[in-house]
Design a protein around this ligand. Structure first.
Ligand SMILES: CC(C)=CCC/C(C)=C/COP(=O)(O)O
Length: 254
């Protein structure tokens, strides 16, 4: 016979169970009628599904911990989030870096280059870069719209030309573009080694600057870099050429 104390404690500690199970009808294992029938003896063990509902999974705990560390680290690293922040004087410089990774200069520059190109190789590369940039914009907008993670609270929304989904933070559009363009340029432009190093450094600086400006959390940027890197493989797979997209190339042939 269980002590009245332990039975009372069990009931007091789990009010949700009582209401949850009693909704299932008179035969519910822990319902008052069942307890009366069994002469007040200890209730049978709870069904496994109900126990699992109360136990947060390992993945859940790991994710919440990662998010907590992410928010904490992003706040600490947002040293240029405002003029009054610890490194506030570097903010104008980081905003120049921001413009260097923005979609508009890249789209306009690529389009201009395409109009000016006088070799079929240049046209092919620039047309694919334009396709890559547009694909990147669409993909980032879709993911931002699905995830809807708000930007860090310390972010000042004073960015150069944004669209509605840019109020969301995950993933960083600048980081995806930087990684995508970096991989693209390294594969399709013949550059001296110092310039290749510079391109990689630029992509990394764009990523780091997003957190320093307070625009993003660290995970937004890490995921953005990975997404941009992976997106290049999709562009390579769908590579447009005069053979598979003759109409598109005819548009640019003078
Ligand atoms: C309007 C066009 C063509 C592009 C928007 C570019 C933009 C503002 C992206 C947001 O980047 P983050 O997600 O890194 O803040």
């Amino acid at each position: 016979m269980p002590s009245p104390r332990s039975s009372r404690e069990r009931r007091a500690g789990r009010p949700e169970f009582v209401s949850l199970l009693s909704q299932r009808g008179p035969a519910a294992p822990d319902s008052p009628s069942r307890r009366r029938e069994s002469g007040g003896s200890a209730p049978p063990p709870l069904p496994e599904e109900d126990c699992m509902r109360l136990n947060p999974s390992f993945v859940g705990i790991a994710l919440s911990s990662l998010l907590a560390v992410d928010l904490w680290a992003s706040k600490r690293l947002g040293v240029c989030a405002g003029e009054a922040s610890a490194w506030g004087s570097a903010r104008p410089l980081l905003k120049v870096v921001e413009v260097s990774g923005h979609g508009i200069p890249w789209l306009l520059g690529t389009f201009y280059g395409l109009c000016q190109s006088d070799s079929s190789a240049a046209r092919e590369v620039l047309l694919n870069l334009l396709f890559a940039l547009l694909l990147d914009l669409v993909l980032v907008a879709v993911v931002k719209g699905i995830v809807r993670r708000p930007r860090p609270t310390h972010n000042k929304m004073d960015m150069f030309v944004t669209v509605s989904v840019d109020k969301y933070s995950f993933p960083s559009g600048h980081a995806t573009r930087a990684a995508l363009v970096c991989r693209f340029v390294l594969h399709h432009l013949v550059l001296a080694v110092p310039l290749r190093v510079l391109v990689v450094l630029w992509a990394l600086i764009v990523g780091v600057s997003r957190v320093m400006l307070g625009r993003h959390n660290v995970t937004d940027v890490l995921f953005g870099l990975l997404l941009g890197y992976a997106l290049y493989s999709v562009v390579e797979y769908c590579w447009l050429s005069p053979l598979n997209a003759p109409a598109l190339f005819a548009l640019w042939t003078h």
